[in-house]
Design a protein around this ligand. Structure first.
Ligand code: AMP
Ligand code: GLY
Length: 428
């Protein structure tokens, strides 16, 4: 089979690597891929990004299945475009992707369907938003309604910070994709607890949970510094006990799929619930994503033993029975990934540095690429998050030791990485 993978981050490298292990896969085309996928001989690369151009290319090249990694093409309706022309594609439609692309939509959806989430209000008017913050006090959380590439959330510890976030997010040039051209903010209650990433492969009312994981969103050790796209992740996440797992399926995943069906926008694709798990296992959904997490995908894919193509094929069948019959097999070991980021990330990163010391990948340790480019046989940095060094180990501690041993051999000018990925699990 010929597969088209849309995207070029670490998540897409990990998904393409795993798909390529399927005996049924003949060739994988990445749009656009990165320096790591470019090094793989049986991968091809195409420079298209527009959904119509991609659809025409997929038709002309007889692609059997298209898999979409990032949220932006999903929010732009790539799935609708492909399906409309009879092409097989894995991911939610534009309407279903609103669970991620509009915080106002997803909060209203959760409220309507009784899915536990933080108390909130939506504002378009800055004065009203400021008055709400004054009335509620800090800590309080300000979120841009539209997609903001991971920069749309401010957890304000003081009301001054919250006021500044409102003014920034309601401004025209805030770097946010304003839905229907209108700037909106969601202001919500601060919730305390431990976070976990819970992802499923969904198709109608059927949900097949993937292994659990935990991301590290702050730039610096001990969860200090600014929010990033994610500086490292590991799987499984011990905070998701079997009881919590059952509760998430019962209180979050099943009602979400049922709610989407009832609202006339059935969900198909990866569904990611970002959870806050509080005292006594109290659950709240912080956000939905309509895709896999990055960097969570990297450790999750290293632990998946089942055939990924079979899974995604089943989730794109006309009926949902095939998916319901699949039982996923997982490596019992833990996997842990450490992100190496460019100097100055998450602000404007410094690019174009040569990367030295890249090891040979093995079944137990992989360096997934993200912001890299291959030029003349050498690999250079080309984005904020550059690499994710991912390794297996019998315990989180062993996976951590293994990943850092490899990471320490790698080098590029200005490289940033956290030294404590997995600390919550190690300390348990
Ligand atoms: P989101 O993109 O909504 O997941 O938010 C990014 C990060 O902000 C989350 O991973 C949390 O660390 C934090 N966050 C979001 N919402 C809340 C909340 N209501 N209370 C506390 N922290 C939050
Ligand atoms: N790592 C968090 C995300 O992918 O949204």
């Amino acid at each position: 089979m010929k597969i088209l993978m849309v995207g070029g981050g670490g998540r897409e490298h990990a998904l393409a690597w795993k798909l390529n292990l399927s005996p049924q896969v003949q060739r994988i085309y990445l749009a656009p891929g990165n320096g790591g996928t470019a090094k793989q001989k049986d991968f091809d690369h195409i420079a298209l990004t527009d959904k119509v151009a991609l659809r025409e290319w997929a038709q002309a090249n007889h692609i059997d299945l298209t898999v979409v990694g990032p949220e932006a093409p999903l929010a732009a309706g790539i799935v609708d475009e492909f399906r409309h022309h009879g092409l097989r594609i894995f991911g939610p439609t534009q309407a279903a992707a609103q669970l991620e692309s509009s915080k106002a939509f997803s909060k209203a959806f959760m409220l309507r369907h009784g899915i536990p989430t933080a108390e909130y209000q939506v504002f378009e008017d800055a004065a009203k938003a400021h008055a709400y913050v004054d009335a509620k006090g800090a800590p309080i959380v300000v979120k841009a309604d539209g997609l903001a590439a991971g920069k749309g959330v401010v957890v304000a510890m003081s009301i001054e910070e919250a006021h500044a976030a409102i003014d920034h997010m309601l401004a025209k040039d805030a770097g946010v994709q304003h839905n229907q051209g209108v700037a909106r903010v969601v202001i919500e209650e601060f919730v305390d607890g431990e976070e976990a990433s819970f992802m499923v492969v969904a198709h109608g009312l059927t949900a097949l949970p993937l292994a659990t994981s935990q991301d590290h969103k702050r730039l610096l050790d001990a969860d200090l510094g600014p929010n990033t796209g994610g500086m490292g992740a590991y799987s499984p996440a011990p905070v998701v006990t079997p009881e919590i797992h059952a509760k998430v399926m019962r209180e979050v995943i099943q009602p979400t799929l049922k709610g989407m069906q009832q609202d006339g926008i059935p969900y198909s694709g990866f569904l990611y619930a970002g959870l806050m798990i509080g005292r006594e296992g109290k659950l709240k959904v912080l956000e939905f994503n309509c895709r896999m997490g990055d960097p969570e995908t990297q450790p999750i894919m290293m632990r998946l033993k089942s055939d990924l193509l079979e899974l995604l094929w089943a989730a794109t069948e006309a009926d949902t029975e095939t998916l319901a019959k699949i039982e996923l097999q997982w490596d019992r070991r833990c996997a842990l990934g450490v992100v190496m980021a460019a100097a100055n990330y998450p602000s404007t990163p410094e690019l174009g540095q040569e990367i030295h010391g890249l090891p040979t990948d093995t079944e137990e340790a992989m360096v997934f690429h993200a912001g890299t480019a291959l030029r003349g046989g050498k690999v250079f940095t080309s984005g904020g998050r550059v690499l994710c060094v991912t390794a297996l180990g019998d315990t989180v501690k062993q996976a951590q030791t293994h990943a850092y041993a490899l990471a320490d051999k790698l080098h590029f000018e200005g490289m940033q990485m956290r030294r404590d990925i997995g600390f919550r699990a190690v300390r348990r």
